[in-house]
Design a protein around this ligand. Structure first.
Ligand SMILES: *Cc1c(COP(=O)(O)O)cnc(C)c1O
Length: 217
């Protein structure tokens, strides 16, 4: 598939959901992709990208930003506290705020810098033991604690279990956001971004459908 095709499918999903066109942000997930594929998508004019690993992103994006101009970068992978400083300098948004120690660290860094990336709280909607994110039952309290620290919360993020229908997870995330007065919903990947848009996603994170399969070898 191509960027043009994905963009068209997003517009179609926006229309089908009765939402204004152009309101869903497409985050092109470029983790592990060969540089030529990333450069090709930049050359097509796309400027919103997502990465999972701080080190990989830090090695790639400063030079690409120099060549292609401003790029909005989203951190969508688990964030170690000791990488938080590099992350706040590199990323415009962090989608994986999932624990008090990280919230406290980000608050200290934001205070020192006078600015902070947009933050999404990751919710482990499937309550999977191997997956990051706060449990749904802890979400309200964690959001309250983040706000008490002065953190700029943009919304919530989830990664539904691979072997399940994503839709109940999207609906749960939307309900959690609504009852906490949050408008951002980071949900939907290559296989389910249209369902996510139907459920109210504001940010979809699409990797392989744009760039092709990832080669971790
Ligand atoms: C890799 C990744 C994506 C993109 O996945 P695709 O299935 O390739 O679209 C989206 N979100 C997160 C959190 C990811 O780690």
């Amino acid at each position: 598939m191509s960027l043009t095709e994905i963009t068209a499918r997003i517009a179609g999903a926006e229309r089908a959901a009765g939402r204004p066109e152009g309101t869903v942000r497409l985050i092109a997930v470029s983790k592990v992709q060969p540089l030529e594929r990333v450069e090709a998508v930049l050359a097509e004019g796309h400027r919103v990208f997502g990465e999972n690993y701080v080190q990989e992103a830090a090695g790639k994006w400063p030079a690409l930003r120099e060549r292609f101009g401003p790029v909005e970068l989203h951190m969508i992978g688990p964030l170690q506290t000791n990488k938080a400083k590099v992350a706040v300098e590199l990323f415009d948004a962090i989608h994986t705020l999932d624990r008090p120690s990280l919230a406290e660290k980000l608050a200290r860094l934001a205070e020192a810098r006078g600015s902070c990336p947009a933050l999404f709280v990751q919710v482990n909607t499937g309550e999977e033991s191997q997956k990051a994110g706060v449990l749904p039952s802890d979400a309200d309290g964690f959001i309250r604690d983040c706000r008490a620290l002065g953190l700029p919360l943009a919304g919530l993020m989830c990664i539904p279990p691979e072997d399940q229908d994503s839709r109940p997870h999207f609906a749960m995330l939307a309900a959690l956001a609504e009852r906490n007065g949050l408008t951002g919903l980071s949900m939907g990947m290559s296989g389910d971004f249209e369902a996510a848009i139907a459920a109210g996603a504001t940010h979809v994170r699409v990797g392989s459908a744009i760039f092709g399969a990832r080669d971790y070898g």
